[in-house]
Design a protein. Structure first.
Length: 337
């Protein structure tokens, strides 16, 4: 059964008329958080075919998109998937169009990286984000700073030349130091500027390639996404807030699955034995073997007679077993004294 990250239990709502939820009896009639795509009907990929497909004779690996969580044939992604060890996550064509901002990151983070090409007609479209008014003002401001620095350098050269007036020298030094200190903002202003810095805008100001294909990403690419206030708002509007969650990655789910399997394979008896010393281990093994032997003999009687084992029978067995164990323990204490 395919379950998405946002899927919630549907029992008790309007989809099941005669079934009431035992956990939440007052559950609403419709679970608006659930999205029922073709996967819930056993159909996958852009070809909308079942998996495994009895009519498909082409061997092909299916890859899951980390955004829409649909599964796709490798040959239906619009691009040849890299070697399995080279990438960890995939974003399908439709989700790349939905999450358009990812194209700017793909120029540096995708596997292989999407770089500018000589022929754009066949490969895709190179986008260049136009400079905003604020960026133009910033460029003019920077140009003005450079001009100011050039002027200050000339003043410094004049200052280094011999001067006959000590008052003029003092004014030159004072003026130069004042302008020099103005180039260094106070610490609070620097911190504010760094906190409002947007990685995405910086990438969008450069040329990047956009193609009508799926993209493939390395294991740590999510940590490089911008988390400024504007980008977080954009993630929320596109309903992809999970992209910044490191616990949502395919690698995190794989590690969790491996840990759960190891826990299931673990033998509780062996875990208990490993926590005991040698004497306690021997005593526990003997008790376990005695219980196993007596319980097997007890249940065999019911099998031979063809009768059903009831709860009272099992309870009677353990009461007798505990009674025999206490009698054996009492005799051993009496003998040792």
């Amino acid at each position: 059964v395919f379950l998405s990250r946002n899927f919630r239990c549907d029992c008790g709502n309007s989809k099941f008329k005669n079934l009431q939820c035992k956990l939440l009896p007052e559950k609403g009639k419709v679970n608006s958080g659930n999205k029922y795509n073709d996967n819930f009907y056993g159909l996958y990929c852009t070809c909308k075919r079942p998996y495994p497909d009895p009519e498909d004779e082409i061997p092909d690996e299916m890859i899951q998109c980390i955004v829409c969580e649909d599964w796709f044939h490798g040959r239906h992604l619009g691009a040849v998937p890299p070697e399995s060890g080279d990438f960890h996550e995939m974003v399908c064509q439709a989700c790349m169009n939905h999450c358009h901002f990812l194209w700017a990151y793909a120029s540096q983070l995708a596997v292989p990286a999407l770089t500018k090409v000589s022929s754009l007609e066949d490969e895709g479209i190179v986008l260049k984000v136009e400079e905003s008014e604020e960026q133009k003002k910033e460029i003019k401001k920077e140009s003005g700073v450079e001009h100011q620095e050039t002027k200050e350098e000339k003043q410094m050269e004049q200052f280094n030349e011999p001067s006959t007036s000590s008052g003029s020298d003092f004014l030159n030094i004072y003026g130069y130091c004042s302008k020099f200190l103005q180039k260094f903002p106070v610490e609070t202003a620097k911190t504010t500027s760094e906190s409002s810095f947007c990685k995405l805008k910086e990438l969008q100001s450069k040329q990047f390639l956009k193609k009508d294909t799926a993209t493939f990403w390395p294991s740590n690419w999510r940590s490089k996404l911008c988390t400024c206030e504007d980008c977080l708002k954009m993630y929320s509007e596109l309903e992809v807030q999970f992209l910044t969650d490191e616990c949502d990655t395919v690698l995190a789910y794989e590690n969790k699955g491996t840990s759960d399997q190891e826990t299931e394979r673990r033998d509780p008896l062996m875990d208990t034995l490993n926590s005991m010393n040698r004497v306690q281990q021997v005593e526990l093994i003997c008790e376990y073997n005695d219980l196993k032997t007596e319980l097997t003999d007890y249940l065999r009687r019911f099998a031979d007679e063809g009768t059903v084992v009831k709860r009272e029978d099992i309870q009677h067995f353990f009461e007798e077993f505990q009674s025999r164990k206490r009698r054996r323990t009492n005799r051993m204490q009496y003998y040792c004294s």
